[in-house]
Design a protein around this ligand. Structure first.
Ligand code: NAD
Length: 505
């Protein structure tokens, strides 16, 4: 029996902390020790209603706040986030488990989106054509939607919320965030700091919860649009439910990112890059490289030797240990599921070059740790290839030619990111045009685009038309209006009835 949880994590509605009235809770763990550190309230329908009502009321006035005021507030928010980045990183490590530098990196990437949102006076500039017809002007403007809801995954408890709400709020919307119930504290702190920066009551609300909470948000008539980031099955279901309820939706799903290594590549650079991208954050990144496709047996052998050497050197430990490079996984169940893919791959005929299962960290025997694993000669029929493992397991697939490798990558149902390592500019150019993925790295393991460019995949990695943040994020959070204006000369002779279809003169 676990002892009573010491702390209850509630909601943040109308700039005030709110307790869990639903009587439903989920446990929150420290993945490095396996200890339950808190319980998080799972919002009831009534609590969701309260959050949406607070947001709706705020949106009605916030949409008229001047661009200068919105920008000033976001600049203040940026400064507060910078000043509290250590605290935020600490919250991330305590509930997610990632190592401190990784947690700080997450906060830094989130800050980039706040910086983008600070540029809202520039980003929301409309278009004007004068004299489209004699004495007639046409302007295109973009206006806020009202209330935007965001549903976010456990693996970036600060960055993914920051992908969404700064842009939505900058565009004049109010926001209701439903963070992951596995690591909710960072999102609540982000909202607390927003209130401190001067976000008016109700402009940013946080409701914690699970599927029941999400279902109510998706059906709520007060919510105009839904941004979702999480696994593919849930993204697909959220997209279907929210569109059925007439909402605008962007639902980013899971990934299985491939890295193609051609025979002329710098193999040390490729091995370093694959190691960082496969095992960073214990492989719990949607931009993780989970498959390396080596073209040619010689390339494969040389690369696997380098990868094995590097895998053996990865230091695994609690996120608070300054020497650790990789922390624990999010839950015991997830850790065991990841390990089962390594066992399954061996049974299905893969070479388990490095086996990280059964790994324990002295003094942290109850933590959700796993060592890193490297699987060679993986084939597309194996479960380890077919499923998103979302753990520190790197699969190597051998291909005979560039064409065979690209067909394999393009046959994947996912299309989040893909990378190519080569010294041949022509081959790299061909790859970037031919590969079916939303984000491409050339001699860079899958890159997370900078704030000024949008983030999003293809195929089962994104349901909807818009990527998040960047120009796409601004378009997602606003709708267009075209205004045609004429100011007739009071002394003129333009009046008169014409039942014909209006023509420009
Ligand atoms: P998840 O799909 O289990 O949960 C995501 C969110 O949805 C959480 O807030 C959760 O409470 C909620 N949720 C879970 N089940 C639900 C259901 N049945 N109905 C409605 N809501 C539900 O994902 P996760 O395990 O938290 O995160 C990991 C996944 O997210 C991975 O698949 C990863 O690839 C993906 N991810 C994708 C991106 C991207 O940009 N494409 C970024 C980060 C993570």
């Amino acid at each position: 029996m676990q002892p009573e949880s010491p702390k209850t994590i509630g909601h943040f509605i109308g700039n005030r902390h709110a307790g869990g009235a639903s009587g439903r809770f989920a446990p929150v763990f420290d993945p490095a020790t396996g200890a339950r550190t808190a319980r998080v309230a799972l919002a009831s329908a009534a609590e969701v209603d309260r959050a949406v009502a607070a947001a709706g009321e705020a949106a009605a006035t916030w949409r008229s706040a001047s661009l200068a005021r919105r920008a000033a507030l976001l600049f203040r928010y940026r400064e507060l986030l910078r000043a509290h980045r250590d605290e935020l990183a600490g919250l991330i490590t305590a509930e997610h488990g990632k190592v401190r530098p990784d947690a700080l990196g997450e906060v830094a990437r989130g800050l980039e989106i706040v910086e983008l949102a600070c540029a809202v006076p520039e980003k929301l500039k409309g278009e004007l054509s004068t004299e489209v017809s004699t004495g007639v002007d046409v302007a295109s403007i973009r206006q806020p939607l009202g209330v935007v809801a965001g549903i976010t995954p456990f693996n970036f408890p600060a960055m993914v919320p920051l992908w969404m709400f700064p842009v939505a709020v900058a565009c004049g919307n109010a926001f209701v965030l439903k963070p992951s119930e596995k690591d909710p504290s960072a999102a609540l702190r982000l909202a607390g700091l927003a209130a401190e920066a001067g976000f008016p009551d109700g402009v940013l609300n946080v409701v914690n919860g699970d599927r029941e909470t999400v279902d109510h948000l998706l059906a709520h008539p007060g919510v105009a649009a839904v941004s979702f980031v999480g696994s593919t099955p849930v993204a697909r279901a959220v997209h279907a439910a929210a569109t059925r309820h007439g909402k605008r939706v962007q639902a980013l799903g899971g990934a299985k990112n491939h890295m193609l290594v051609l025979p002329d590549a710098d193999l040390d650079l490729a091995a370093d890059s694959a190691t960082g991208a496969a095992y960073g954050s214990a492989g719990e990144r949607c931009m993780a490289v989970s498959v390396v496709v080596a073209v040619g047996e010689e390339t494969g052998d040389a690369l696997v030797a380098r990868l094995a050497e590097r895998a053996a050197a990865v230091r695994v430990g609690p996120g608070t240990d300054p020497d650790a490079e990789m922390g624990p996984l999010i839950t015991r169940e997830h850790r065991d599921r990841v390990a089962s893919y390594v066992h399954g791959a061996r049974a299905q005929g893969a070479d388990v070059v490095v086996d990280g299962t059964g790994y324990t960290v002295p003094g942290h025997e109850d933590g959700f740790f796993l060592g890193v694993s490297l699987l060679d000669r993986v084939t597309p029929e194996m479960d380890a290839y077919r499923d998103e493992i979302f753990g520190p397991v790197l699969c190597v697939v051998r291909a005979g030619t560039y064409e065979e490798a690209v067909s394999l990558i393009n046959a994947s149902p996912w299309g989040n990111g893909a990378a190519v390592f080569t010294r041949d500019g022509g081959a790299a150019r061909r790859f970037q045009l031919e590969v079916e993925a939303g984000m491409v790295g050339v001699n860079v393991p899958i890159p997370v685009p900078v704030g000024s460019h949008s983030f999003g995949g293809w195929k089962d990695s994104l349901f909807g038309d818009h990527h998040v943040y960047g120009t796409d994020g601004i378009r997602f959070c606003t709708r267009g209006k075209v205004i045609t204006t004429r100011w007739p000369d009071p002394a003129g002779t333009e009046a008169g009835i014409d039942l014909g279809f209006p023509r420009n003169r």
